[in-house]
Design a protein around this ligand. Structure first.
Ligand code: ADP
Ligand code: MG
Length: 214
């Protein structure tokens, strides 16, 4: 069996992510109401709904075009910080993926790493700033480590999802140094970062899509 993720499974990931952010919209907004402006759930639900509507009209056959389409729709449909940041993640993943119909483990690892680097280039977040980076960076590291240790895509993506969830939970005591939450200073401590929460959902749905396709 070849261990790859093709465009059908990528669309399944994107669709599962849409379903999950729509389902968890109120919770994500609640998290953002504590340290932001109470719109992260609606931002993510609106953006991902627009993404899946566009894909329903005909999904591109290559991984680069598919991921770039997701990114462009997010950038154009979400006004908050998360739209350009998630948009950049998918755009950079697409640029790294290339015009292929499927990605192997190294290809997906490279795309995720490029996406994370794009988020850093755009938002300048560092570890411990209490942002989506704090869930995404450990997830991408865990994915790489699993692949280097010989894991298949299913278990590497599950390791990444577990690391993202741990990273999300670890944002709770942090004082925000980037984004709207940083305006609160010390008062931002004691709350989970909403973007880290949606990032944990992103990796959980990736693992679910890969598990479902093998
Ligand atoms: P906004 O902050 O514009 O209302 P959202 O509420 O949709 O946008 O998204 C907020 C999330 O965006 C935060 O919880 C944080 O994870 C993420 N974020 C904000 N600024 C940055 C940044 N500079 N780098 C990385 N992530 C960021
Ligand atoms: Mg907000």
């Amino acid at each position: 069996m070849t261990d790859t993720i093709g465009t059908t499974a990528l669309v399944d990931w994107i669709t599962r992510f849409r379903d999950a952010v729509v389902e968890k919209r109120d919770w994500l907004t609640e998290l953002d109401s504590a340290i932001g402006d109470a719109d992260h759930g609606s931002n993510m639900a609106r953006g991902m709904t627009a993404v899946v509507e566009k894909l329903d009209g005909g999904a591109p056959a290559t991984t680069d075009e598919l991921l770039k389409s997701v990114g462009m729709t997010l950038v154009s449909s979400v006004g908050g910080a998360s739209g350009p940041l998630y948009g950049t993640l998918f755009l950079r993943m697409g640029m790294a993926a290339g015009a292929v119909s499927e990605l192997d483990a190294a290809g997906l690892a490279g795309a995720l790493r490029a996406g994370l680097e794009g988020i850093v280039a755009r938002g300048k977040a560092e570890a411990g700033d209490k942002t989506m980076f704090d869930a995404m960076s450990p997830a991408v590291d865990a994915f790489d480590a699993a692949i280097a240790g010989g894991a298949d895509l299913a278990s590497a993506s599950r390791s990444a999802a577990d690391a993202a969830a741990a990273g999300r939970d670890a944002t709770l005591p942090l004082v925000a140094r980037k984004g709207r939450a940083s305006y609160l200073g010390e008062r931002s401590a004691g709350h989970i970062d909403p973007g880290a929460a949606s990032t944990a959902i992103l990796f959980d749905t990736l693992a679910a899509a890969i598990a479902g396709s093998s």
